[in-house]
Ligand binder design. Sequence first.
Ligand SMILES: Cc1cc2nc3c(=O)[nH]c(=O)nc-3n(C[C@H](O)[C@H](O)[C@H](O)COP(=O)(O)OP(=O)(O)OC[C@H]3O[C@@H](n4cnc5c(N)ncnc54)[C@H](O)[C@@H]3O)c2cc1C
Length: 323
Amino acid sequence: MDLNINLASFSSSEKNISENEIYDVLIIGGGPAALNAVLYTARKKLNVAVITDDIGGQIATSSSIENWIGDVDISSSELVNRFYAHIQKFDVPIKKNTKVSSIIHEDTVKKVVCTDGKTYQAKAIIVATGKSPRPLGVPGELEFVGKGVAYCTTCDGPVFVNKKVVVVGGGNSGVEAAIDMLSYASEVVIVQNLSELTADPVLMDKVLNDNRVSVVYDSVCVRIEGTNSVERLIVKSTKTDKEETINTDGIFVEIGLIPASNFVPDMIKNKMGEIEINVDCSTKIAGIFAAGDVTTVPFKQVVIAAGEGAKAALAVYNYVITL
Ligand SMILES: Cc1cc2nc3c(=O)[nH]c(=O)nc-3n(C[C@H](O)[C@H](O)[C@H](O)COP(=O)(O)OP(=O)(O)OC[C@H]3O[C@@H](n4cnc5c(N)ncnc54)[C@H](O)[C@@H]3O)c2cc1C
């Protein structure tokens, strides 16, 4: 989906990030937590740079936000553009389309290694990498991503006008995705591993009362098949072990989100992969801070992530000035 996030119009004046410089702080991520951390660190006149895969983060997969205080209903692209325009006032180097692959943290100066092989250095790091969709992990999934397998109805739903789709997952995300798809698809099949849907009753009513929706209960995905694009999903009953083939044009995977923290040292993560933070967003490793959905902070929301980003930035300021 074209979210009209018009970053090109801002990028001409952006400074390049340098491998030779030791920054006060490197911020990893481009969602609400990271962008607010940029605003707060820049206003404290810290020497800050950003490394991120994209600008906007999860909001970019949503159509509108109705709980950002001050805006009754704002389109996601408008909100991201406003965040980005705000931080552009500060001439901060931002390296986009780049993933961080590891952090070397033994010394006071930390090193951030990227998947393109480049390494950047800073006295402190704020990890604000959020969450990403949990994959099914079955044969055919990776092969058909973008060819029928999708993780965001807001982004990819319009591709399936008058088509049959499967939504895997019967919780709030799955049922919301099924409702979204009723605007496009001719038929929606929900595959749920339990014997009932676990979404809020008001959402369940919407799908269970629509004759275009059917639910396959007590079933798990086994593999995805097709030639050039998805043609079939094979599921297996958790009760009888019997396999069933569902012919479909598309599969939306809605089985939850996982913290994007694989590059973060294990010693500061819990079993779920969330970064364990103190109230000021510091971690067990001096100089590594974290904010937003990637952390143990409860309630994953834009306003909370943005607030945590501000908090991490102020804590970094206190840390850096005492070094
Ligand atoms: C469909 C949907 C609808 C939502 N609707 C609402 C809503 O209406 N209201 C609300 O308050 N919240 C909503 N949320 C939740 C909200 O979007 C999140 O709580 C918020 O975006 C979290 O912000 P964040 O900055 O912590 O992480 P994210 O938004 O996840 O941003 C993470 C950033 O880190 C980058 N990144 C990830 N890994 C790496 C890496 N290895 N290297 C470099 N960069 C990396 C990503 O590219 C991204 O820029 C919704 C979420 C979804 C998925």
